[in-house]
Design a protein around this ligand. Structure first.
Ligand SMILES: Cc1cc2nc3c(=O)[nH]c(=O)nc-3n(C[C@H](O)[C@H](O)[C@H](O)COP(=O)(O)OP(=O)(O)OC[C@H]3O[C@@H](n4cnc5c(N)ncnc54)[C@H](O)[C@@H]3O)c2cc1C
Length: 391
């Protein structure tokens, strides 16, 4: 039987199969039992709870989309819903799984040969191998399609990579990083599976982040780094192929934004029921109810968009502009929802332990990564008008 969250106002979870619902129940229970009690503390210290990796892996959250790594066959709505459940409790840990599962395993799933998929996806599913995804650079964020500066030069059976990356999640401790580099010969972007033990590779943690603090983001420097041809993603020939991966993960970020909003909203509802002002719970004041209803409307509309975009994926009809619209709209609404939720708690809303400050801060990174609102809007604008207005 489906155990709908109270914030799933239109019962969207009923879209899932019994097997999928069973799995969602396990994920919800695992996160509430193991992550809720420690998330605030790890977030405040900006540390990663490594001990949770085997448990998260056992829930089948790494690579559920790929034959080589999945525990059971599932639909895209289910896979999106798992992100909602994780982010409801902690958006950082959902980002960690998003990088491992969507970006790193997704790169190998989409761009790897059969041999590469067979080699890497099974150990990544168990968490034995942790991955990262290195696209963004210090001098190139939104414009990576044209602005990517990291170079790859073919020398015999190997490639020599030189360049820098910024913001790379998990890369301070990951075993491999998918590095995106421009082929010096043909100018096209290629992908490489790079073990972090490769000579010439170094990763340094970005300190003092005020959003998604549990995620360990790194600055990477690569100097004369030699990578064998067998580690080049064999099905990636250009940035266009890489965009297929981002199309999949962007929809996942929309799901994440809803989950993060739900976490803040649930804290606001609980607080409003307990906090008494003017002789009654603040939940009984009309203007507080207005805020809560506004949050629920944002959440409900956002889930509807996410469900639809995931179904388009299953139907083979999801285009770049579909996930771009969902990502831009949902993450913008999420910023509003976490701000209204925080407001309901008054001063306590900015204290971590009360449950709204963390999702409030986390909404900012979610809004900007995997394509800023402007970039995703331009993808939609191109679909509407036929004019690319990026430059
Ligand atoms: C917590 C976190 C985790 C991340 N994890 C990863 C990761 O694992 N791997 C990875 O590769 N990257 C990662 N990123 C990087 C992320 O994808 C980039 O931050 C994002 O793409 C934006 O790039 P930028 O920060 O360089 O901003 P910029 O590209 O410098 O943009 C700055 C501002 O200018 C606007 N702008 C730029 N060009 C235009 C234009 N043509 N028209 C209108 N406005 C424009 C942008 O929308 C934005 O508002 C992460 C980022 C964060 C914050």
């Amino acid at each position: 039987m489906t155990m709908n969250l109270a914030s799933d106002f239109y019962y969207f979870q009923d879209e899932l199969s019994d097997r999928e619902n069973e799995s969602v129940a396990s994920i919800r229970s695992y996160f509430e039992t193991n992550v809720t009690p420690i998330a605030t503390d790890y977030w405040a210290r900006a540390e990663f709870p490594h001990h949770l990796i085997p448990g998260i892996a056992s829930l089948g959250l790494f690579g559920p989309e790929w034959e080589e790594s999945r525990q059971f066959e599932s639909g895209a709505v289910y896979r999106g819903w798992t992100g909602l459940e994780m982010a409801r409790v902690d958006a950082s840990l959902n980002t960690f799984t998003g990088v491992q599962s969507g970006l790193a395993m997704g790169s190998i799933g989409v761009g790897g040969s059969d041999e590469q998929r067979a080699e890497w996806l099974p150990p990544m599913a168990t968490g034995e191998v942790i991955g990262a995804f290195g696209l963004t650079e210090p001098l190139s964020g939104s414009d990576t399609a044209k602005g990517l500066r990291t170079t790859a030069e073919r020398r015999g059976d190997s490639w020599v990579l030189n360049g820098e990356k910024r913001w790379i999640g998990n890369a301070t401790f990951s075993d491999i990083v998918i590095i995106w580099a421009r082929d010096a010969a043909d100018g096209q972007v290629k992908g490489f599976i790079v073990p972090t033990s490769t000579p010439g590779f170094s990763a340094t943690k970005i300190e003092n982040k005020q959003s998604l603090r549990i995620v360990q983001n790194a600055d990477i420097v690569m100097t004369e780094m030699i990578v064998p041809e067998e580690n080049r993603l064999q099905k990636i020939d250009s940035f266009r192929d890489l965009a297929v991966i981002l199309k999949l993960t962007r929809a996942g970020v929309a799901w994440q934004a809803v989950g993060n909003s739900i976490g803040a909203y649930e804290a606001a509802v609980a607080y409003a029921g307990e906090r008494v002002q003017f002789g009654k719970p603040i939940a009984a004041h009309q203007l507080v109810q207005d805020r809560l209803a506004g949050c629920l409307a944002n959440i409900t509309a956002s889930i509807a968009l996410c469900v639809r975009v995931s179904k388009l994926h299953d139907e083979g009809r999801q285009a770049d502009q579909h996930s771009a619209l969902a990502k831009a709209f949902v993450t913008a609404k999420a910023r509003e929802t976490v701000a209204w939720s925080r407001e309901v708690l008054g001063g306590n809303g900015i204290v971590l332990e009360y449950g709204t400050a963390k999702p409030f801060a986390d909404a900012e990174a979610i809004y900007s990564f995997e394509g800023t609102r402007e970039m995703n809007t331009l993808i939609v604008g191109r679909a509407i008008t036929g004019h690319a207005a990026f430059v």
